[in-house]
Design a protein around this ligand. Sequence first.
Ligand code: GUN
Length: 285
Amino acid sequence: MTATIISGKQVSEDIRGRIAGEVKGLAAKGVVPGLAVVLVGEDPASQVYVRNKEKACHDLGFYSEVHRLPAETSQAQLLALVDELNRKEAIDGILVQLPLPGHIDEKAVINAIAVGKDVDGFHPVNVGNLVIGDDSLLPCTPAGVIELIKRAGISLSGKHAVVIGRSNIVGKPVSLLLQRENATVTMCHSRTENMAEIARQADVLVVAIGRANFIDASYVKPGAVVIDVGMNRLENGKLAGDVDFDSVKEVCGPITPVPGGVGPMTITMLMQNTLIAAKRHHGLS
Ligand code: GUN
């Protein structure tokens, strides 16, 4: 079996090119999509993510604001900023970088973001709309997973998709999106018995468990599509996925690498969500 690589980097560049073109068209109508990113504290990984988001905004012609607040910021201060951004005309999307410091209630902050500006897709109203199949802003990483599969020319209809991991950010929403594409979905998680046996039934295996190189060839049916959402920083500083690429590539069909697979799609889908929010905000969609 020869594995083929699904390049998230390439797909991401294609989508960004399309978004940049749309942004030019909007500019002619006097509309510039605006994203506000809020970072509380000095978590090193979060700082990198926020810089990347700022750069993506710059590259694609979006207006961007980054609010870097000290770790001691109170919940009331953060909620006041969110309220200000909710009302700010130039801002179409708001992203509060997680995790927040322990003294701040993340749920209270997410719930305070205006539903139409929730470009993370984390607000309970957007999550609820996703569950019932109504229009909503989709969480970025799950939306990126579906986009990658579709653009690789893989049909999901009627296929058996197995999702390993049940987080609110990836596993749960990805399973809903796969069902929307008419896949038959099985969820596995840390308490699942006979996980390898179930995973081996998958035509499409999506892995989001946060454990470096956990999934080896014994979990994979020959020719199956493997989507690795893992981003684990090893002690040597290297990035590893949840999938043991060298083992799995001997049996699988199309597979996403780490880095260069799902990772680049997340910010691209954030930009897409901000564009969608801007068009809705200005009555252009
Ligand atoms: N921290 C890690 N991933 C994410 C994400 O997708 N959104 C936000 N807001 N914070 C994160």
